[in-house]
Design a protein around this ligand. Structure first.
Ligand code: SF4
Length: 655
């Protein structure tokens, strides 16, 4: 692979000057007697690069963001003005508060301040072509008069007030796109006559952009290095992306995925004006060496470089750290945080003598040790496995490590997969907490690791499994079969029984040969039942517990022959009589005329539901399943006399 580093990549003159000044100030001893120095701050980050800001902070140079903070600082504090510059009023406030100014404003930016200050004093309208809100633009406004406008688009030009009769001075943000600047100037010159254009785009920016354009058009892949907030780096990325689709924007080597360059034979590198040289070099070195696979093949590295993957042997294991022999002059360290994303006591998972695959993070951590990461290698391998699983539709298994409001976070090796709540199951589940710490299976439906979108779908598997189980069930069941099931849901009209693949309905009328008023009184969810299949209609299965061999009418003729004395409970009553349950499934009629020896108007005159009665079977019609009872006959058999009036009536009836 050929790696070409742009000659204009990295710190420009102004940024280098400001950064050097900041580090110099950090080292300065103001008081030679005590050796102490006054505090040093930068007004805003010295440059748009987090790494540089962090390094300065480690040296005691902190950032202040507002004039309110300035007012609270003790006299003598040094305030470094960054290369982008600040407005005139900031200088005044610093001085009024007795603080010292260390002016690191880039001379090119100071020149713009001078232009806008002088021209606005002469009465010109000032137009600043740049990004509204950018620190340099804000600083420039602070040197200009009231009639100053920021132009970033043709719409901004159209929105200007009526300035046709005025002299107009145009300046530009130093890091603005040259092409866009030229387009906007052309538009201005079309509308206005008295336009004095000062091309204040810095040569360094212009040259860097031109070089990025040329380089990106001649390579297979392009790397743009710089802070996320760096406007000039963003522009380099935009320019490069227009020429080369495989353009990657990274802040440090850690953001670089070497696997994406496997098929590239020419790779270009450029960097924004605020990118430190050592970060650029680190990336260049990693790219200039072998590809990921080639690195894996290295057996005995006499030299190592950040990003290299090596197989080492664990020498020492502590709960929070591993010492690894990588056949290098120094041993490497893997901290627990670089071993795994999940907190772990290393003594429980690794032992001395184990071989381990590690990635070099730093060749020297300052104490002469090599910093290594196992987690990053595992993550790269895991992402490769996820990609393969996504492309081939393979089923993955992972542990649910977090229940989020919108779904589940599942750990697969060192990667996290998100399963939205709607894709967890084939039915809506309000409470997903039961999945926490569970191993679940799923497939990937989206895989875009760069956008951090790795989306899993368990619902698909659940639905497929159910479909398969249903097909298997229907293939083996027939009407009349006895089948085991579990009560899944109970309603007023019956119960749904899980048959392992499909549900069957056990209707209330099929629950017993007897009468069932409320299914919930005889079943609970989770009860096991053995039923028979009464009917299969499409995917609907009707069940019954009314087994033929348990039909009470099979033995009724023998048990309830005419003349037999029986005992039963009154189940319901009508005007013409009461129905008495002799056993579940067999009710007998006790006619109103047979309830008592004396005449009664209606059954409820002497009986109520639930009463136990003893009576004689006086009629049995097996074909109609009808049995008639008589208390009267039973009492007579017992020798009980009817009241005199009733007896006379009966005698008269008999004559
Ligand atoms: S880009 Fe140009 S103007 Fe801006 S700081 Fe660098 S040298 Fe100065």
């Amino acid at each position: 692979m050929e790696v070409i580093l742009a000659s204009k990549a990295g710190f420009c003159f102004g940024v280098k000057r400001a950064v050097d000044k900041a580090f110099e100030e950090a080292e300065k001893k103001i008081n030679s007697d005590t050796g102490e120095s006054s505090a040093v701050f930068t007004f805003g980050p010295i440059i748009h690069n987090e790494e540089v800001t962090k390094r300065l902070k480690e040296k005691g140079v902190n950032v202040i963001e507002s004039t309110d903070e300035i007012k609270n600082l003790p006299a003598g504090t040094r305030i470094i003005i960054r290369s982008h510059g600040v407005g005139k009023d900031i200088y005044r406030i610093i001085e009024e508060n007795g603080l010292q100014i260390v002016d690191a404003t880039c001379p090119f930016v100071s020149n713009i301040h001078k232009i806008v200050s002088e021209q606005s004093e002469k009465g010109d309208v000032i137009l600043i072509i740049g990004n509204p809100g950018h620190a340099e633009v804000e600083g420039t406004i602070g040197w200009s008069g009231e009639e100053t406008y920021v132009i970033n688009s043709v719409d901004d030009i159209r929105a200007l007030p009526d300035i046709k009769d005025r002299n107009i001075t145009v300046v530009s943000q130093t890091t603005y796109s040259l092409k866009k600047f030229q387009e906007l100037v052309a538009e201005l010159q079309d509308i206005y006559y008295n336009v004095n254009v000062c091309k204040t785009i810095c040569n360094a920016t212009e040259e860097r952009q031109k070089e990025a354009e040329e380089l990106s058009s001649s390579v297979d892949a392009m790397i743009v290095i710089g802070g996320r907030n760096s406007s000039n780096t963003q522009k380099l990325y935009e320019i490069s992306r227009q020429q080369c689709n495989n353009t990657y924007y990274i802040q440090t080597l850690d953001d670089l995925d070497l696997t994406v360059f496997e098929s590239a034979s020419r790779v270009g590198i450029t960097a924004g004006a605020s990118t430190p040289n050592d970060i650029i070099k680190e990336v260049q070195n990693s790219m200039s060496e072998q590809s990921f696979e080639e690195m894996l093949q290295d057996e005995t590295p006499v030299s190592i470089r950040p990003g290299q993957v090596i197989e080492g042997e664990v020498i020492t294991v502590k709960p929070d750290e591993l010492v690894v022999n990588i056949n290098y002059k120094s041993d490497g360290i893997v901290t627990a945080a670089e071993y795994s994303n999940t907190p772990v006591d290393l003594t429980t998972v690794v032992k001395p003598g184990d071989s381990i695959l590690v990635k070099v993070i730093k060749t020297n951590d300052g104490d002469g040790q090599v910093l290594l990461s196992h987690r990053r290698v595992a993550a790269e391998q895991a992402y490769a496995e996820l990609e393969e699983a996504f492309n081939e539709g393979k089923v993955l298994k992972g542990k649910v490590v977090q229940v989020l409001s919108g779904g589940l976070s599942v750990q697969v090796s060192e990667c996290r997969v998100f399963i939205p709540a709607s894709l967890v199951s084939d039915t809506f589940e309000r409470d997903l907490s039961k999945y926490l710490d569970q191993e679940i299976e799923f497939v990937l439906t989206e895989y875009e690791p760069r956008k951090r979108r790795v989306i899993g779908n368990r619902k698909k598997l659940v639905a497929e499994e159910k479909e398969k189980a249903a097909a298997e069930l229907f293939a083996k069941i027939n009407v009349g079969d006895t089948i085991d099931g579990v009560i899944k849901n109970i309603t007023d009209f019956g119960a749904f029984v899980d048959l392992g693949g499909a549900d069957g309905l056990l209707h209330i009328s099929e629950m017993s040969w007897g009468r069932v008023d409320n299914p919930k009184k005889i079943f609970s969810v989770g009860d096991k039942v053995k039923a028979f299949i009464k009917e299969i209609n499409g995917d609907k299965i009707a069940l019954s517990l009314k087994f033929d061999d348990q039909n009470p009418w099979l033995t009724a003729e023998e048990k309830y022959a005419v003349g037999t004395v029986v005992t039963g409970k009154v189940a319901r009553m009508t005007d013409f009589g009461a129905f008495v349950v002799l056993e579940p499934g067999i009710d007998a009629l006790l006619h109103v005329s047979q309830i008592a020896l004396q005449r009664i108007e209606k059954p409820s005159d002497v009986l109520k539901v639930g009463d136990e009665v003893t009576a004689k079977v006086v009629d049995f019609k097996p074909a109609d399943k009808k049995i008639s009872l008589s208390i009267k006959a039973y009492l007579k058999d017992q020798g009980v006399e009817a009241p005199a009036e009733e007896a006379a009536e009966e005698a008269a009836d008999a004559e």
